[in-house]
Design a protein around this ligand. Sequence first.
Ligand code: PHE
Length: 453
Amino acid sequence: MQEKRSSMHGLWSSSWAFVLAATAAAVGLGNIWKFPYITGQNGGGAFVVVYIICTLLMGIPLMIAEIMIGRTGRQNPANSVATLAEEDGVSRRWGLVGGLTVISGPLILSYYSVIAGWAMAYVFKSGSGIFTHLTGPQAKQLFDDFVSNPYKLAFWHTMLILGSSLVITRGIEKGIEKAVNIMFPALVALLLILVGYGIKSSHFSETLVYLFEPDFTKLTPHVILVAMGQAFFSLSIATGTIMMYGAYLPRNASIVSAAVSISMADMGIALLSGLAIFPVVFANNLEPSAGPGLIFQTLPLAFGKMPMGNLFAVIFFVMLVFAAFTSAISLLEPATAWCIERRGLTRNQATLLVSFLVWLLGFGTIFSFNSFSNVKLFGLNFFEGLDYLTANLMLPIGGFFIAIFTVWRLSKHTTLQGLQMADSGLYHCWRFTLRYISPILILLVFLKFIGVF
Ligand code: PHE
């Protein structure tokens, strides 16, 4: 029965195509924009250590579980989980876990697309040549002026939503596979150039100390929670994306090696981005804790001083938009597939509905940077609150239940079959981690956060 099920949306042309597409979905603003700025806000090294531990001990095992569920169920996350549960004689209610993941995608996309819009605007800013010989205060001013204008932010946000919904209406696209093949190596190359520039500056060793020499006194329960949230967010865990992409994975592909490659590429790019940004921060006496504007205030300075900097800047921001775009598409797909499969909408109707809601919600984030920046709940404005709710709460909670479902509710036989693996040491290692280590760690982080111990 499981063998015969196939996706109604087509399959990836190969497992390499899947790894590329899933890496493209995982690598995005989370790595290049968010990782440096929250590392800066949370004090550096110790935060990075927790992020790496969470990626290894929670991210990778959960990614394996999600791909397996997706490939076995071959539908949207909610249906895939429910189907597997039913076949194993477990309550279909577990589908709710998949359902949670379908909601988090659009919530995240509503602010993600606003930030991706900033990157689009910066393509044009760099093209105009204004980065040449920019000073630190001027770069900050440029950014502040830009985000204080809600009309501009709304325009770019709209562009992004329109673009990604256009791609989604066409289904899983060959075009993405092809584009990723070129864009992804180019993005890495540009990051390496920036890191090389950082190495030449006199602030590289300071950066290494900042990022990799943990000062554990900075490790508060809040910092640990945010680092865990970042690991989930960056790998796109518990957002339905990975399950959804897994649903299009051919049966013979190795899930474990795919998950390991995707996670390593994702973590590598985040760390590279940190190594590129912080030398500029230290060289210009900027604040590491400057917040969401950090890369937009530092990169123009780095490019402004480079030979042919404006050209490199244009290329870099185009790549960033592309990286964000492939993630945006992946954030739209699970909810869209859910509307098609559960509510019987056509692909066009489903895309229109989900994108419209996401677009509307995006205005909350747009106004968080200008008109309503002072409207706060629990000390957080709308954007910060939504980011907190999704990355730090919904994703780890979703991940916790995915772990419980996969290794406590599904039978060993089902997971072995789903992974197409032998009953080997590797399998036992994965099962043990997902049974005992990942969920217990997630629970401990939450208990610590709410002050139980
Ligand atoms: N992982 C993406 C990034 O780092 C964001 C994302 C989160 C995409 C969840 C899909 C699902 O930019």
